[in-house]
Design a protein around this ligand. Structure first.
Ligand code: MOS
Length: 672
């Protein structure tokens, strides 16, 4: 199927959060902290208020009312303490965007600065063990005797990898438009990966019952996690609109997004692997060091994929966190799994070379029959099929195994492989299916963030009802619709689709209306280990004079349940792999150690792949028949594409050059 909203998007008719036409709209612009730590002594909005068109200055001098239990990142203007550079400390509301922006520049904020610490180190004295890691996994796990396993190993590696701060850069910057009606009900047009959750968060932050808030996100121009939790623009728009008694619009600049919409935590990861004379693992030890802010404990689940990947008698995984004077990290496509698998799959490649075993064969040899950490059976696991199919398509059997052998003039060539994995979850969801004018209306507060959710839900409903897709209309992107979980964790389609199938089944029985709530159905999901798997293959050329790295081929083969729509799935996989290419070679936000906050806060300096950087990516899948997952037999596909790509490219760079770069991104300076 073609995208249902494809035409309105490419013709510019699709309405994004900042674009809803509203009479009497005003504009807010944020003032951000210039220090990384300290106290606000005074905010002087006098000069700003005297500027043309200015309606209000919001700050801690007269804090707007929010709920006492509002989360600290969203409790705007409630505290005089500064937690990070770039934090929103004031805002100007004016008749036009330009007036608001000009006035924001003359708001005077006087600080009493303190000493900041913004640098993650593996020996940081503030490191501690969080209670759990996201979303609710044990922080550490241990099975068998890791030290004994390493001691008896014939081959072992002990390697440390680092990954930098990275930022999501969806095409649509964050924006919000807030209106209060005469009854005191709040409507927010927001850029959200889920309207039900955002509605609840905004209501909780403002101390309102959920029924008094409505969030609408009809179209969202990408999210990747940056719009998965409610960001400050939504709350600021609501507070500003209440303060001036008129609708307020906020459109964050790209630079502001780097400060206040989250980022991927940097990581330092130590991997110790041991193998016997045949290459079977005797021990796996994976420790990750990562950061959070002083405001919120965000503990990313970096080593959790290591708990599901390979069979080994001894397995230890751990996370250590330090609270720094930085913004709170948040979700970025495959948070945890992506950086974690970069380290594990790079280390597996190092082990393969140390043991003299082909990297594909090493992975096949150590495939697991049951989930290594829990011993639970897998609902389905086809990692080996992905590796074999990928090797066949890629022409792996002709590969010269020794590194540094392929050369054409100044260009060295190499190939690499890595595995990928991502959990296949679903979350409780409601949906209503009704007959309308002889057609069918499906109502669910799902979010289409560019993935094609409308399209695939239409297909799912049409399939269940046994009618043509043209007769099905899906309404989503509005918290007044039946409750739905976020488009995140690669579980959107599985969650919403389960509810849509059940609602359509009910409609078939009833003839007029079907209502579904999957809360009970989902309780049975925990008895099996549910994960998607994949294999990534990369070919690179590295210039021995300039250090330039070109990815010339990428192939991903995935086992992700039943693929419901080939076109949408392929787009998701290549999108993820492209983002993985960026992670491997380009993406990096520097922390400003002297002043706090981030350097490279725009797309001129924060590089993401452009078309010329991306080869013709080949995607294939092993279609799985897995009836235990959900009514569609599907696993999520939004995130697994990024998992493993950076390792495959890094492994190919090693194969080309003979050098291991253990610090992402792999830039020309590190090659030379
Ligand atoms: Mo994604 S990082 O689960 O929004």
């Amino acid at each position: 199927m073609n995208r249902i909203e494809g035409r309105v998007k490419v013709t510019g008719l699709a309405t994004y959060a900042a674009e809803f036409p509203v009479k009497g709209v005003t504009y807010a612009y944020a003032v951000q902290s210039r220090i990384a730590k300290g106290r606000i002594a005074r905010v002087d909005g006098g000069a700003a208020l005297a500027m043309p068109g200015v309606l209000a200055v919001l700050s801690c001098e007269e804090p707007p009312e929010v709920a006492e239990d509002a989360g600290p990142e969203l409790a705007l203007f409630q505290s005089r303490e500064v937690a990070y550079r770039g934090q929103i400390v004031a805002a100007v509301v004016a008749d036009t965007y330009e007036d608001a922006r000009a006035a924001a520049a003359v708001v005077r904020v006087e600080y009493e600065p303190g000493d900041h610490d913004v640098t993650l180190r593996a020996d940081h004295p503030g490191l501690y063990k969080p209670e759990v890691v996201n979303p609710n996994y044990p922080t550490d796990t241990e099975k068998g005797d890791v030290e004994a396993g390493l001691a008896e190993a014939v081959t072992s590696v002990d390697v440390t990898y680092t990954t930098p701060v990275e930022h999501n850069n969806p095409m649509e910057p964050h924006a919000a438009l807030a209106l209060w009606d005469e009854e005191g009900r709040l409507l927010v047009y927001d850029t959200a990966q889920g309207t039900s959750g955002s509605r609840d968060t905004i209501a909780k932050t403002l101390g309102l019952p959920s029924e008094r808030v409505r969030v609408v996100s009809r179209h969202v121009g990408g999210g990747f996690g940056a719009k998965g939790s409610t960001r400050p623009q939504a709350v600021l728009a609501a507070l500003a609109a209440r303060a001036v008694g008129r609708p307020v619009k906020i459109a964050l600049t790209r630079q502001q997004m780097f400060d206040v919409t989250g980022y991927r935590t940097p990581t330092i990861q130590r991997l110790r692997l041991g193998a016997d004379e045949r290459g079977r693992l005797t021990a796996v030890d994976h420790v990750a060091y990562e950061q959070s802010s002083t405001l919120v404990e965000f503990a990313e689940q970096t080593t959790t994929p290591t708990r599901v990947m390979y069979a080994t008698p001894a397995l230890r995984t751990a996370h250590r966190l330090v609270r720094l004077d930085v913004a709170t990290p948040s979700w970025m496509r495959a948070p945890g799994e992506c950086p974690g698998m970069y380290a594990l799959e790079s280390a597996m490649d190092e082990l393969a070379y140390a043991a003299g075993i082909d990297p594909v064969e090493l992975r096949v040899l150590n495939d697991a029959d049951t989930e290594p950490e829990t011993g639970l059976p897998f609902s389905s696991r086809n990692l080996v099929a992905c590796l074999r199919e990928g090797a066949r398509r890629f022409g792996w059997e002709h590969r010269e195994s020794a590194p540094g052998r392929i050369r054409e003039g100044d260009w060295m060539g190499g190939t690499g492989v890595a595995a990928s994995t991502y959990p296949a979850r679903r979350s409780p969801c409601q949906a209503v299916a009704t007959v309308r004018d002889g057609d069918f209306l499906i109502r669910v507060a799902a979010a289409d963030i560019g993935t094609g959710a409308r399209t695939v839900l239409t297909r799912i409903a049409a399939g269940t009802l046994g009618v043509a897709p043209e007769r099905v209309h899906v309404e989503l992107g509005d918290s007044d619709l039946p409750y739905a979980p976020v488009a995140g964790g690669s579980m959107g389609t599985a969650s919403w689709g389960s509810a849509v199938v059940r609602a359509c089944e009910e409609l078939r029985k009833d003839g007029k209306e079907g209502r579904a709530d999957t809360t009970e159905e989902i309780k049975g999901d925990a008895r099996l280990a549910r994960h998607a798997f994949g294999a990534q293959f990369a070919e690179v050329r590295v210039n021995s004079v300039t250090g330039e790295i070109r990815v010339t081929r990428l192939l991903g083969v995935f086992a992700a349940g039943h693929i419901m729509d080939a076109k949408l799935a392929r787009s998701q996989f290549i999108g993820g792999m492209t983002m993985g290419l960026g992670m491997a070679l380009m993406e990096e936000t520097f922390t400003d150690e002297e002043f706090g906050g981030f350097l490279r806060r725009d797309l001129a300096q924060y590089h993401i792949p452009a078309c010329a950087d991306v080869p013709d990516i080949e995607v294939a899948w092993v279609d799985e028949q897995d009836d235990d997952l959900n009514p569609m037999g599907s696993k999520g596909i939004g995130e697994i594409g990024i998992v493993g790509t950076a390792a495959a490219i890094g492994n190919a760079v090693h194969h080309a050059t003979g050098h291991r770069i253990r610090d992402l991104p792999i830039t020309p300076g590190k090659i030379l």
